[in-house]
Design a binder for this molecule. Sequence first.
Ligand SMILES: CC(C)=CCC/C(C)=C/CC/C(C)=C/CC/C(C)=C/COP(=O)(O)OP(=O)(O)O
Length: 198
Amino acid sequence: MIEGMRLDLKKSRYQTFDELYLYCYYVAGTVGLMSVPVMGIAPESKASTESVYNAALALGIANQLTNILRDVGEDARRGRIYLPQDELEKAGLSDDDIFRGQVTDKWRNFMKGQIKRARMFFDEAEKGVSELSAASRWPVWASLLLYKQILDAIEANDYDNFSKRAYVGKAKKLASLPVAYGRALMKPSAKFAELMRR
Ligand SMILES: CC(C)=CCC/C(C)=C/CC/C(C)=C/CC/C(C)=C/COP(=O)(O)OP(=O)(O)O
């Protein structure tokens, strides 16, 4: 994690998603990994330890990617672009387009791909939450569902993450808590077993 902070001091561009992933791993994936022994895996869980750590890592990455997509404008005003340069180029976008901050169809299309990838990491993370100790499941589901909705908010802002800050309103936040509670009741490996039966 400290390595990630160091990296952030000297780096403000990422050539590929692999490079960006490594940054996300350092600054947020590590938080997920460190959370597992603190929260604990449910004693009755049949999942492999590795798969639970994988899910935790995925949640750190998903959160960080979401944070990056929410803060594109704010970061650009500090001269920083946490987006893969090769993917920007493929979409016909340059650093100057980010600094200008115009929401064009090119930008919308680029953002659609980035949001889709972030959601894939959330999906990966969801597979592991039920394996955590009972007391940890509700807060983890709540934070996961709340953070994931920031992606919906970016879409609702028609992909203007230059001048608008995507956020989840109080009502949606409150409504997510019982949903998270319901999911937290899911016993370890039950979802896994259900997936296997299908
Ligand atoms: C899913 C399983 C099995 C376990 C849960 C494991 C956990 C708790 C994962 C979450 C890890 C986490 C909270 C990562 C932090 C990511 C994040 C959004 C960091 C934001 O950092 P900054 O970029 O400093 O934020 P600001 O831009 O708001 O300052």
